[in-house]
Design a protein around this ligand. Sequence first.
Ligand code: NAD
Length: 326
Amino acid sequence: MNVLVTGAAGFIGSAYVRTLLAADDAVRVTVLDRLTYAGSTDNLPLGHPRLEFVHGDICDPALVDKLMADADQVVHFAAESHVDRSIDGAGEFVRTNVLGTQTLLDAALRHGVGPFVHVSTDEVYGSIDTGSWPETHPLSPNSPYSASKASSDLLALAQHRTHGLDVRVTRCSNNYGPRQFPEKVVPLFVTHLLDGRKVPLYGDGRNVRDWLHVDDHCHGVDLVRTLGRPGEVYNIGGGTELSNKELTALLLDACGADWDRVEHVADRKGHDLRYSVDWTKARTELGYHPRRDFTTGLAETVAWYRANRAWWEPLKRRAGRPGGTP
Ligand code: NAD
């Protein structure tokens, strides 16, 4: 079986590909990735006998059609993924996240490829003060990033409802773990602290996120691919809610730094206060539950960045912007 995995030179997709290749000898993986600033082939086990890497764009209909003709299933991670960049300019987010997703969906339909797992985000729901969103909650995205993800999420579901394509959508919370591009809060703060720099905390730091280890997310995505139902949405949560201030305290502690290393910066425009997904459906239907303890996972993640300076230093230079919190 050949699984086409898009965006797998990035953080989550590369972890997913490593998991998939290790778990199932019968699976061949084709990765399609444009290698934007966020993608690197260093993240992939290139040379693996069951892995093919294709450098290309999900918005390229001819290339996508050719790859889809050889695919049995799709797991779609490719996206512009950083909220701050979408505030600076939304055009690339619409192109990749919306047009690129539709290009994949159209080719999948032509070639009868499914399941097609579309990896969405909890940010499509908007912001919630208390409680948690079930999958049936209306989408109300606030940033250009989350609006582009909500658009692609709805287009994916429309491809199922209109044409019957076996599409399954996942909406997960904030991922952390090794190989995350050092513009997102955990690797940004850790690498800044390891360099003796100050870290930028948005506003009063009371924004709350649910933290999900990337391995748990990959496990959830694979449960959806193998056991999920066509046309269904599955929330995938991590079970550890923290305000940005609480997370900052943990990261300072892990790096042996004090609060004088924190610089309070103007809040992100339209900053959502809190995200929280109810993942009862994934638990009851698929047996999903997060397996990684947050304290251990965070300590291992910090240790990974400490040990892999050669991985993140070039990426920080490549980022070309200061980055920020989630
Ligand atoms: P990432 O930015 O680390 O990786 C994205 C990858 O997509 C990169 O390798 C990039 O080169 C590739 N890409 C971008 N545009 C492309 C295009 N036009 N054609 C082909 N490849 C292209 O992102 P990530 O954090 O690994 O996120 C993966 C997916 O998970 C995204 O869809 C994102 O919206 C979703 N998600 C991420 C998080 C999180 O916490 N990181 C949370 C919820 C959902």
